[in-house]
Design a protein around this ligand. Structure first.
Ligand code: FMN
Length: 311
């Protein structure tokens, strides 16, 4: 099996997950320079800011990088053209079927890697000519599905022939080794990079992540059909309480409207949406991206070597 770094031309088989309002061109460039595939998160951007961020990323790195496009974004059609015009090498997509864009992207030599939360979607997308698929478990931060990484990854591996990248619940070498053992060719991480020096989130958000314990995340919107994993705080606890009480979607939106931006830019840890995965409890210090990635990969290799001795 080819590892993801051989497919993408990166140092490590690791993708920095696209994160709306967080993964700027500068952050993606920092991650690419440190050996991962950096991704610009187009969610939260418009056509102009996406183009600016791509150009900024190109100024800051000569390594491969990509763009994450959430397909329900109102400007997804424009984003799809911009990545072609700007010569982006990799596109990851979330929240839907990228089928109508695939021919245009493939003609431009772009590698297309959708995110899926179930094997059935991976199977459905494979005939479109996608290059790989990211199987993202419900442990992850942000928008989530139902299945755990442990159950999902091997079932996606069995369902498709294209390489599978594991995401959700990976923050150290043990988890990276486990992902490879499940049949993944590499991993995508988000939460563990939020506490990097280069990550442009507010310091209060980072402090909340460092304080979090393993059980300190909660999923808002499970009942309403748009589940999002965030740290427990006043907003998310109240949201879930109201949701369970049957309050309607429109009413619930007043909690989440602009809440990620409040967390990221204003450091509002009481009413902001502090998106984070279940690995938040494993984060103990703010470090350079290069150290986080090196530890992930070296730790993974050590774990694999130790297992082959032990077993
Ligand atoms: C703060 C935050 C924002 C995210 N935003 C997006 C997004 O805009 N698009 C997307 O496809 N995934 C998004 N994700 C998911 C990540 O790309 C990645 O798949 C996930 O974080 C991996 O799981 P982990 O958090 O356990 O590392 C987000 C994750 C976090 C933590």
């Amino acid at each position: 099996m080819k590892l993801l770094n051989e497919i993408l031309g990166t140092k490590y088989p690791i993708i920095q997950g696209g994160m709306a309002n967080i993964a700027t061109g500068e952050f993606a460039a920092a991650c690419s320079n440190a050996g991962a595939l950096g991704l610009i998160g187009a969610g939260g951007m418009n056509a102009d800011t996406l183009r600016q961020n791509i150009r900024r990323c190109k100024e800051l790195t000569d390594k491969p990088f990509g763009v994450n496009i959430m397909l329900m974004h109102p400007q997804a059609d424009e984003f799809a053209k911009i990545v072609v015009e700007e010569g982006v090498q990799v596109v990851t997509t979330g929240a839907g079927n990228p089928g109508k864009y695939v021919p245009m992207w493939k003609a431009a030599g772009i590698k297309v890697i959708p995110v899926v939360a179930a094997a059935v979607l991976a199977k459905h997308l494979e005939p479109l000519g996608i290059d790989a698929v990211i199987a993202e478990g419900t442990e992850s931060g942000g928008h989530v599905g139902e299945m755990t990484t442990m159950a999902l990854v091997p079932q996606v591996v069995d369902a498709v022939k294209v390489p599978v990248i594991a995401a959700g619940g990976i923050a150290d070498g043990r988890q990276l080794a486990a992902a490879l053992a499940l049949g993944a060719c590499g991993v995508q991480v988000g939460t563990c990079l939020l506490v990097s020096e280069e990550c442009p989130i507010h310091e209060n958000y980072k402090a909340a992540l460092l304080k979090a314990k393993d059980s300190d995340t909660i999923v808002t919107g499970r009942i309403g059909g748009s589940p999002v994993r965030v740290l427990k705080n006043r907003m998310s606890r109240e949201y879930v309480r109201q949701e369970k009480a049957g309050v309607d979607k429109m009413e619930l939106e007043k909690y989440t409207l602009g809440s990620l931006r409040r967390a990221v830019f204003e450091g509002d840890t009481a009413t902001g949406s502090l998106m984070a995965g279940q690995v938040a409890g494993m984060l103990h210090e703010v470090r350079p991206v290069a150290d986080i990635l090196a530890d992930l990969w070296d730790g993974g290799r050590q774990r694999i070597a130790a297992l082959s001795d032990e077993c």
